[in-house]
Design a protein around this ligand. Sequence first.
Ligand code: TYD
Ligand code: MG
Length: 463
Amino acid sequence: MAKSRTSYVCSECGAGSTKWQGQCAECGAWNTLVEFVVESVANGGGPARRGGWAGKVDPPRVTALKDVQHSEDARVSTGIGEFDRVLGGGLVEGAVVLVGGDPGIGKSTLLLQALAQMSSASSGPALSSLYVTGEESLAQVAGRAARLGLPLDGLNALAETGVERILEQAVALRPRLIVADSVQTLWTDQLTAAPGSVSQVRESAARLVRYAKETGAAVFLVGHVTKEGGIAGPRVLEHMVDAVLYFEGDSGSRFRVLRAFKNRFGAVNELGVFAMGDKGLKEVPNPSAIFLSGGSIQQPGSCVMVTREGTRPLLVEVQALVDASPLSNPRRVAVGLEGNRMAMLLAVLHRHGGVGVGDQDVFVNVVGGIRVQETAADLPVLLAVLSSLRDRPLADKTIAFGEVGLSGEIRPVPNGEERLKEAATHGFKRAIVAKANAPKAGSYKGMQVVPVERLGDALEAAG
Ligand code: TYD
Ligand code: MG
């Protein structure tokens, strides 16, 4: 018979004890010892005996992870370098990728270009592919492809929205690549809900995901994001797919940014930059300078920062406009940044920098329609706000990056040296950064680096 005895363990630190105590002898926490029963395994008792007297034990269904067969992700190039970068270095076999974005931003164009490249032999092995269009006619797709001058050898198209018929064709054709444009038009016989409803979109997408996993074909799903947050928007699909890529960018600008929001095969927040022209989307392999406003004279209210989205540093300009407000509740508008973060930074500026903007409207904008999500933008935002408020430009060719804490400290951000290098490469002469991000020498490749520890130091450095 298995003997059991009682033991005690601290729920704070996990330290064991043979008797109950009011205070844990290990971590000093009070009233944290909880009782549990330890079964002795003497006499061959315990789990191994569960098979009974016959000694018959079910074979374990658990596998040591090291014994599981797997291969390195086989990747193919899409023929578009920036697209490959966002995918994490090319398209993985059997991957399901959701490409979302506003209508007219270039989803169909990008996928048609990529599919045409991959199905011709121009970038590696020619893969058979199927472009399923539910929004445009075959003639429209063919017309666009011809206008873009794409190689069309291995590219098949199908105008169909019923997912059962699409899969029938896929089973017959066995394509290695499928594009479904768009997922909102798909529907399945199995449900009575209207096409475009959340249940139809989700179920149809689920069928395609299952097909991809069974056959190893890669599937791109195109999804529109509706302005209202989208009842049938692609958000419901995010957890079903391997990668979610969203287009960002000003509708007025010709630049388009594709961002990886989720990627099981690569870095999230990786950016690909494209320019829309009369020959479709062209990649912009060195995009640093396009997010600067381009004026040659430093203006008040502007600060250039080095952000690091994904695995690449980017120079991005932050602009602020601070103006006396006619309203009792002054406006706070952040475009390309998070609004709550800006409100917090303005509070820190008041409390620890002694600069109040309580009676001012504050507008902050990131140039180029790109969204900056990292805290390295804190310091540049405050410097731009201060510069606009004082109507004094920062010194020429200055960059800044750093996180601002609630007690007014300036904290370092990851990859400081890489960011400084990018700025120096583009001819910047002065950098205002957290002390821990600054090299000891006080300069980096000919660029003066001003280390700051507190918000007050930063405001002083800004002049
Ligand atoms: P499209 O790929 O159809 O957008 P989506 O599928 O995301 O709705 O892109 C349409 C827009 O792109 C349209 O406004 C026209 C523009 N465009 C160009 O400027 N040049 C081109 O070569 C192409 C094909 C489209
Ligand atoms: Mg489209």
